[in-house]
Ligand binder design. Structure first.
Ligand code: FAD
Ligand code: EPU
Length: 342
């Protein structure tokens, strides 16, 4: 069997995850094309190892060393590949930066992704949890994707319905988990663009800037400004964004909570259920700005756990579990982590 080129062994993952956890991987392979994945599958030793597909490492928690093979997605390229009656079709390789792609679309006069500006990470990871922010989700501009299936060695093509997108959810967290490696994603961007100002904080920011007819670039800049005010920059303070999902509860449970806690923040989901602001729940339990060792809760946003320097994955996990216990004790609601634990 020919050796797989560029394979590295005994690799520190510290610079590969935005939480800044100093875990080690048994082996790491930069993946540029599907041929690299065919080579792994054809190598019995490599193919037998546990696998982790890695993009920008901005939605992961390394709870310890990873005794397996990290496939680091590095494929590059952004191209306009066609059009439909009302949309331009744009394809980007998995290894492209998500925010870089959003900036590329704006530079080429294309709107539709601006509400998702400044989300860290790669294009290939964007469908995994159907990234969302400021009134938009990936599924709104998604057209289709290609993925390598490690089980069969074939390339799958999945449209929007096949991806089963939900709130921070997709088929890649369920049936295709540990199996599909996303190679590229195709987006449909509207020819007749309309601003999306459904998120009230964004609408207020646009109004405060005196913009009565904002462009997609104006909206992008407003989103970036809000995000920079509220969220820590991983280059300066290790974090993985929201550490928990906002819990979704039935109307009766929301009503009972609201009766006891009149300032509870809730969002109607349109199907009778309500999303609760997990940041509010954690804040009310007094966790904002607190720490357990080097693992802390960000002082401006209680939903973001931060590595104040040298925290281990186990320390981050202990803090997360303490928060879960308190929130469940006070509100009867179980918080579910958003990042993937490795
Ligand atoms: P990684 O962390 O590398 O991987 C995440 C998961 O995806 C892992 O399970 C991994 O195996 C899998 N994966 C990665 N690439 C592939 C691939 N090509 N094929 C198959 N599986 C793959 N998220 C939001 O939704 N909204 C936000 O507003 C938001 N804000 C954030 C702010 C900050 C400061 C930070 C640090 C994170 C934020 N996030 C947000 C979370 C994160 O940016 C997204 O989840 C992002 O899509 C993760 O991309 P990544 O490349 O870093 O993925
Ligand atoms: N809140 C508090 N205290 C806090 C934090 C928040 O009371 O410490 C309250 C806020 O006042 C607000 C509400 O909770 O009324 C919601 O807070 P925010 O607007 O900051 O949004 P979020 O629900 O905490 C979600 C996403 C973010 C996304 C923003 C904007 C989840 C888990 N998180 O955060 O996504 O950027 O909305 O759309 O859905 C991520 O997934 O990593 C992420 C950052």
């Amino acid at each position: 069997m020919a050796p797989v080129p560029h394979l590295q062994t005994g690799v520190s993952l510290r610079s590969f995850n935005t939480m800044g956890i100093d875990a080690h991987a048994h082996a790491l392979l930069p993946v540029h094309t599907v041929d690299d994945l065919h080579a792994v599958r054809a190598d019995p030793t490599l193919n037998a190892l546990p696998r982790l597909v890695l993009g920008g490492g901005s939605n992961l928690l390394f709870t310890g060393d990873f005794d397996g093979l990290v496939l680091h997605m590095r494929g590059a390229g952004i191209d306009i590949v066609g059009e439909t009656g009302d949309a331009v079709l744009l394809r980007a390789a998995a290894g492209e930066s998500w925010h870089g792609l959003v900036m590329w679309t704006l530079a080429h006069g294309l709107g539709g992704m601006e509400n998702l500006s400044l989300i860290p990470g790669s294009v290939g990871a964007s469908p995994i949890q159907n990234i969302g922010a400021y009134g938009s989700e990936l599924k709104d501009c998604f057209h289709q994707l290609s993925a390598f299936d490690f089980e069969t060695g074939e390339v799958l093509h999945l449209d929007r319905a096949a991806c089963e997108f939900g709130y921070r959810d997709s088929i890649f967290k369920h049936r295709l988990r540990d199996r599909a490696v996303i190679l590229d994603v195709t987006f449909a961007l509207p020819k007749q663009w309309q601003p999306n100002l459904r998120y009230s904080e964004l609408a207020k920011e646009i109004a405060a800037r005196g913009l009565s007819a904002p462009s997609a670039a104006d909206i992008s800049q407003a989103v970036i400004a809000i995000r920079q005010r509220k969220l820590p920059d991983p280059a300066l303070l290790g974090n993985a964004g929201s550490f928990f999902k906002n819990p979704v509860v039935p109307a009766a449970q929301r009503d009972a909570l609201l009766a006891r806690h009149p300032t509870l923040v809730t969002y109607a989901q349109g199907d009778g259920s309500y999303k609760l602001a997990a940041g509010w729940l954690i804040d009310q339990c007094g966790w904002k700005g607190r720490a357990m060792g080097a693992a802390g809760v960000y002082e401006k946003q209680a939903l973001v756990l931060v590595n104040r320097g040298g925290a281990s994955g186990a320390e981050m996990l202990a803090l997360a579990q303490a928060i879960q216990r308190d929130v469940e004790g006070s509100f009867g609601v179980r918080l579910e982590p958003e990042p993937v634990f490795v």
